[in-house]
Design a protein around this ligand. Structure first.
Ligand code: 13P
Length: 287
């Protein structure tokens, strides 16, 4: 059964580790992530962007697929199905479809409007027992075609949004989705420290988990980050493994084209990436 992310993140914040959010794009990715979480006895959050939701034939299809896998694969570790960077309308659609966790990204609205829309969703999610992630200060990089520059959130605005009763807070601290540019200034630990001082026990979320060096990840966890999002690194490992398979001509062996064989090396590569991240984040054995 899908669970809200609240309990796993409260435990992670208290235990000074982070739960990974791994974005899913199809059946193979979802299966690979769930199997790895079960094997490592780790809680896990499956992230679904609005674009990925459309690709996978809508939010109801995603909920049906994930619920089916939990049962068929005998998954017993805590799993949250989470909308990633949702619009206000997307958030409502995922709530109706049966997601167990929602991110409303109101960071591009003026703070008053972000607060007003987040408040409405806090109310709905509380009634239904869903977890809610809010964002203050936009995360840089490209997400579903939208490009933003890495910002540092205002700690007072973070406190105002945290006080609305959200479950977790994504705050920009110079992080970027996708590959980091060579001249990237790194994470602003000063900002993170100030945000944690103002928001106390609130689990903080670090987006753009792909290109952040290990020492910065560990320091961010020590400063209150309890959820780390990873997408691009799974995409890259999937692509690389598939490319190698095709270049070796293996897709032409045997009885010819077989999508199950073609996608298998990519799925194995995703398992390896997820394992590496769960070990780095410290969530192994914490289910
Ligand atoms: P990356 O693509 O950089 O791993 O970031 C993922 C993310 O933050 C999704 O919200």
């Amino acid at each position: 059964m899908l669970v809200s992310a609240k309990e796993m993140l409260t435990k992670a914040k208290a235990g000074k580790y982070a739960v990974g959010q791994f974005n899913i794009n199809n059946l193979e990715w979802t299966k690979a992530i769930l199997q790895t979480a079960q094997e490592l006895n780790s809680p896990v959050i499956l992230g679904v962007s609005e674009g990925a939701g459309k690709y996978m034939c809508g939010y109801k299809t995603v909920v049906g697929m994930v619920n089916g896998m939990l049962e068929e694969l005998n998954i017993t570790v805590p799993v949250a199905l989470h909308l990633d960077h949702g619009s206000f309308e997307g958030a409502k659609a995922c709530i109706n479809a049966g997601f167990s966790s929602i991110m409303f990204d109101g960071s591009h609205y003026p703070i008053e409007e972000n607060i007003q829309k987040t408040t409405e969703l806090v109310h709905t999610c509380n009634i239904l027992g869903l977890s809610l992630e809010a964002e203050v200060g936009s995360i840089g990089g490209e997400e579903d075609g939208v490009v933003g520059a890495g910002e540092c959130a205002d700690p007072d605005e973070c406190k105002a949004v945290a006080d609305l009763g959200v479950t977790m807070l994504a705050a920009g601290i110079g992080n970027i989705h996708g590959k980091y540019p060579e001249n990237w200034a790194g994470l602003s630990f000063e900002t993170l420290d100030a945000i944690q001082a103002k928001t106390g026990d609130m689990p903080l979320v670090l987006h753009g988990g792909t290109g952040i060096p290990e020492d910065m990840i560990k320091k961010a966890i020590s400063l209150g980050v309890a959820k780390i999002n990873v997408n691009t690194e799974c995409q890259l490992s999937f692509q690389e493994a598939t490319r190698k398979y095709i270049e070796a001509g293996k897709d032409l062996e045997g009885k010819g084209f077989d999508p199950r064989k073609l996608l298998a090396p990519g799925a194995e590569a995703i398992k390896a990436t997820v394992k590496e991240k769960m070990e780095l984040f410290g969530s192994v054995g914490k289910a």
